[in-house]
Write a protein that binds this ligand. Structure first.
Ligand code: GAL
Length: 663
């Protein structure tokens, strides 16, 4: 008798640390993981000191045995390169590996990520060790894939302000600019007599008397990002050669801003990310929301912040031809570390609501994840993370998250495409510039971007987050919430997309900056002026006690944080300011299919986007607070993120719950 194969669906895994527990637990844990319905286990990212206790003396026996234990139970292993935690013997022999903080202080051994990406000595050890791992396990039948390092940039570790990075930066600039006069021009160094006469005089942007030059900061961010990409590329080349047929990924972080993720993702098979919804909310609440929203979502996390990261990482690696559907094996993206209890690193670390682990898992699937892997299998009994939960408690009994995983039916989550007709544009260079000169403490690149994203999600829209230079012709509507850096080529690409029928929406500060970080001689929005049909007139930074009235078809709304006005050059005004210094000037404009929003107001953004979507023929479903819709593979996930039961659209949703509906 043959049984029909189960169609490919979401698979689960966990992050396990055999080196943290007695050897006699390994086989038991592997069996328990299998019985729980897990398919994958990620191991070894912090195990360098056990794998190479002394320089060149490897101890593989324990890892061999651990891998065999998983393999024996049919679990598929994701191995990591070991470079997130260089051991003490290496650091004491080569202290030049250590990075420095913005104050120029050395970041010492004793935790993790204590290395400078630019260190030639460290690069050599990274290659040597990656090769040793790949030779040992690259073709092992249990090993299905690799994770490079662990969370690049975590704990603010992308940029080092001394040592190897400080030494390499002038050379990177020489390569970029050729002659120092070009550097001076690109940075506008005549301002405050900052001109250099030789590249060797340039230091990292740090410890200046007052503000840093944004162009200096921008180039340092580019330089540091390049170091991360180069560091990883060296590992990728080794793994590709020595471990054929295995995937390679990296576990990116929530809202990490230190490096250009699109650049660093090049060469990966897919991106994974680490989803800690409650910890994230303590640090980051959507614009203007503060304590009230943090309280409301303290036990579930905010749906849009989590979904934003899913959509961002789904779009990080273009996957032409990879065809996630129907292959039987997951091609990503994944959640590599999924919170399944409380975390330890936020100022407050609440327990998740009952149902939250299932809701997070379902949401991950609906936003494109093929695998969700929980962090961690068993709570650590030692060191920095003893307060952090796992699927098992410290005493090895199943914790609350375990029970939720145990009762989750994975087969209700088929893998397949996310059908987004709306794209939201994102670009790390714009982020670096925006946040270097926020001009209004109420806003940042992320808060402005998330405000637009959240408005779309409140209208029931599925969103692809793509790079500002991505192909746009497949979308009905493209939203550029905060792309402040727009070179002429980018402007031309957007103009072409508009000609091809795409509706474009730009937020405040779009195209304020040249690629060097200066403003346009011809005024803003520089090369986009014709497409938008406007010229920037004034911009106003609103302190929390000030607001600016905006009047238009939907009545009056108040702008907070930021308001900019436009001179019309082909566009018409949809909304105008009333009262205050911008009185009578255009706040929202339209030229054909192009809309420009100059005032920051979630209400206004929602109203304008709803109108644009309707004109573009994209169906909207206005949703109540805490209810969200996400579509994938012909199904709709209806989610209730509130702690109360909700009646919506004829459906009864229990507190913190979801329903999967077939279309
Ligand atoms: C992640 C990290 C893990 C662990 C976890 C705790 O950022 O990758 O190693 O520290 O946080 O929540």
């Amino acid at each position: 008798m043959t049984t029909a194969p189960t169609p490919p669906h979401l698979l689960l895994g966990s992050c396990d640390y055999p080196e943290h527990v007695p050897r006699d637990r390994w086989a038991t844990y592997a069996r328990m993981q299998k019985e729980l319905g897990l398919s994958f286990v990620r191991i070894a990212e912090f195990a360098w000191s056990r794998i190479e206790p002394q320089c060149g003396r490897y101890d593989w026996a324990w890892l061999d045995q651990a891998i065999e234990a998983y393999h024996g139970c049919g679990l598929r292993v994701v191995l990591c390169t070991l470079t997130a935690t260089p051991p003490a013997w290496l650091i004491r022999a080569h202290p030049e590996i250590l990075a420095s903080d913005e104050q120029g202080r050395v970041r010492e051994f004793g935790s993790r990520r204590h290395y400078d990406f630019a260190s030639p000595v460290y690069r050599e050890h990274s290659r040597r060790l990656t090769l040793a791992m790949a030779l040992r396990y690259g073709r092992h039948p249990a090993v299905v894939g690799w994770q490079t390092d662990n969370e690049f940039g975590c704990h603010g570790t992308t940029r080092s302000y001394g040592g190897a990075s400080a030494a390499a930066f002038p050379e990177w600039l020489r390569h970029r600019y050729g002659v120092v006069e070009r550097l001076n021009e690109a940075w506008g160094n005549v301002f405050w007599s900052m001109e250099y006469t030789d590249f060797s005089q340039v230091r990292p942007p740090m410890l200046t008397v007052t503000e840093l030059n944004p162009s200096h900061v921008l180039d340092y961010a580019r330089f540091a990002s390049q170091q991360v990409a180069d560091f990883q590329k060296e590992q990728l080349e080794i793994l590709r050669e020595m471990s054929p047929g295995r995937f390679i990924t990296h576990n990116f972080m929530i809202f990490e801003s230190g490096f250009d993720h699109y650049q660093v993702a090049q060469g990966l098979d897919f991106a994974t990310w680490d989803n800690y919804p409650l910890g994230m909310l303590e640090f980051f609440a959507p614009s203007g929301s503060g304590e009230e929203v943090k309280t409301r979502y303290a036990r579930t996390g905010h749906p849009d912040l989590i979904a934003f990261n899913h959509d961002l990482y789904r779009g990080l690696v273009a996957q032409p031809g990879l065809g996630r559907e129907g292959r039987g094996t997951p091609n990503g993206p994944w959640v590599m570390e999924q919170q399944c209890g409380q975390v330890n690193w936020a100022p407050y670390n609440p327990l998740p609501a009952g149902g939250a682990v299932q809701l997070w898992t379902a949401q991950a699937w609906a936003h494109g994840a093929d695998v969700v892997s929980y962090f961690r299998w068993r709570a650590a009994t030692m060191a920095q993370e003893v307060m952090h939960s796992g699927l098992l408690r410290h005493d090895e009994t199943p914790d609350r998250g375990y029970a939720e995983v145990e009762t989750l039916d994975q087969t209700q989550f088929p893998v397949g495409p996310v059908p987004a007709r709306v794209a939201l544009l994102h670009d790390y260079e714009s982020l670096w510039l925006y946040d270097q000169q926020k001009h209004s403490a109420s806003l940042s690149y992320w808060t402005q971007t998330v405000a637009y994203y959240s408005a779309l999600r409140s209208l029931g829209i599925d969103v692809d987050i793509v790079h500002a230079d991505a192909g746009l012709s497949a979308y009905a509507v493209v939203v550029a919430p905060a792309i402040t850096l727009v070179p002429p080529e980018r402007a031309a690409r957007w103009a072409k997309a508009v000609e091809g029928g795409v509706a474009l929406v730009c937020g405040p500060r779009t195209a304020f900056r040249t690629p060097g970080g200066q403003t346009w001689e011809t005024g803003q929005p520089g090369p986009l002026s014709d497409t938008l049909g406007v010229k920037l007139l004034q911009y106003d930074s609103l302190r929390p006690t000030l607001s600016q009235r905006v009047s238009g078809p939907g009545g009056d709304v108040q702008a907070h944080g930021w308001a900019e006005s436009y001179r019309l050059q082909g566009a018409e005004a949809l909304y105008s300011y009333s009262g205050g210094p911008l009185d009578g000037e255009a706040a929202v404009t339209r030229r054909g299919q192009v809309t420009t929003i100059g005032a920051h107001s979630p209400e206004l953004i929602g109203a304008v986007l709803a109108d644009v979507l309707q004109r573009a023929g994209v169906e909207t479903t206005p949703l109540p607070e805490g209810v969200r819709l996400s579509r994938r593979a012909g199904r709709t996930l209806v989610q209730n993120w509130t702690l109360d039961a909700v009646q919506w659209n004829g459906l009864s949703l229990g507190p913190v719950s979801f329903m999967v509906q077939e279309e």
